[in-house]
Design a binder for this molecule. Structure first.
Ligand code: PMV
Length: 313
């Protein structure tokens, strides 16, 4: 039996502008993982995929090309030169809430690719995993920048610019982040599409917002390297204001953000595609519980507290 796992993820700063070539910073969330297990099946049984959490049961021979997990399985097998379908039973399990901006799709595909490589006696390189998973992300996102598959495959904080060499990096002090799920499901494909249409209508205005986000991401990196938490908090707030001008926030998200700030968070913003999904708040240890309680009171469905730069997996 072979197992492999992959973390959830959050985008710290730079979402949306990253689709237009500006930098972004993302980090894994090891508190929530996806797992894949492969067991040999009876000879001639073929390959089947089972994801209990979403009640998904597929046979590889008959699964369509619109099924991301089947697509990624076929791509991984092809890359390893396996022409004939193996007799495997693949079980997938995820602790990462689905469609909540924590990268559950990318994490499941990453765990799956790693398990397939391992089962065939190979250890997959992060870059290799990332490019295979990108193919399945296209199904979820339409035109993804590639940041989700990259951070999940590397499993550490990354500085990401579309099409460039990945730079993993660690903040000089661990960051404590409260991640609050708004409970509102908002497909990233929709907000990314809306921003694209708005950019096409008013390119100069949108390019200048993307430039401002890009500069903010560069300043954020310096603040992370210097361990300047108050500055980081202010940068989260400023990024939120820029995301509002892209029209990807919402009243619900704003309510959560204000609640976190009032309870003592150093800064707070939406994370990911927006209009729903998650809000992230930078907090100091002493106020974690207060901020977490305030987020629940303001309507959060779930709050996960994670440390960035301190994970050792
Ligand atoms: O919704 P999420 O967490 O998968 O994040 C999407 C990030 C965007 O920048 C909005 C899109 C992208 O492909 O980078």
């Amino acid at each position: 039996m072979t197992t492999a796992m992959a973390p959830g993820k959050i985008i710290l700063v730079g979402e949306h502008a990253v689709v237009y070539g500006r930098p972004a910073i993302a980090a894994p969330v090891w508190q929530r993982v996806a797992m894949a297990t492969i067991e040999p099946a009876a000879p001639g049984a073929g390959c089947s995929l089972h994801a209990r959490d979403v009640d998904l049961h597929l046979r590889l021979t008959v699964a369509g090309d619109d099924e991301p997990l089947a697509v990624v399985t076929r791509l991984a097998l092809a890359q390893l030169g396996v022409a004939q379908e193996p007799d495997w039973r693949i079980e997938l399990h995820s602790e990462i809430p689905i469609a909540s901006g924590l990268g559950s799709g990318a994490a499941l595909s990453t765990a799956l690719v790693r398990a397939i490589f391992r089962q065939l006696g190979h250890e997959a390189e992060p870059a290799q995993v990332s490019s295979l998973v990108y193919e399945s992300e296209r199904f979820y996102h339409g035109t993804p920048s590639g940041i989700d598959n990259t951070v999940v495959a590397y499993g550490q904080p990354i500085w990401f610019v579309k099409g460039r060499q990945i730079q993993p990096f660690t903040p000089s002090v661990p960051l404590t982040i409260a991640i609050a799920d708004s409970g509102v499901r908002s497909p990233t494909k929709t907000t990314v599409g809306d921003v694209r249409r708005a950019w096409q209508r008013e390119p100069a205005r949108y390019e200048s917002i993307f430039d401002a986000i890009g500069e903010l991401v560069c300043t954020t990196r310096r603040a992370m390297e210097e361990g300047d938490l108050p500055a980081l908090g202010r940068l989260f707030d400023a990024n939120q204001t820029l995301l509002e001008s892209l029209d990807v926030s919402s009243e619900t998200l704003h309510r959560l953000i204000l609640a976190a700030r009032r309870a003592g968070a150093l800064g707070a913003k939406l994370s990911g595609g927006g209009r729903g999904g998650n809000v992230i708040a930078l907090v100091e240890e002493e106020v974690v519980n207060r901020v977490s309680d305030a987020l629940y009171t303001a309507g959060a469905q779930r709050v996960i507290v994670t440390q960035i730069g301190a994970e050792a997996r």
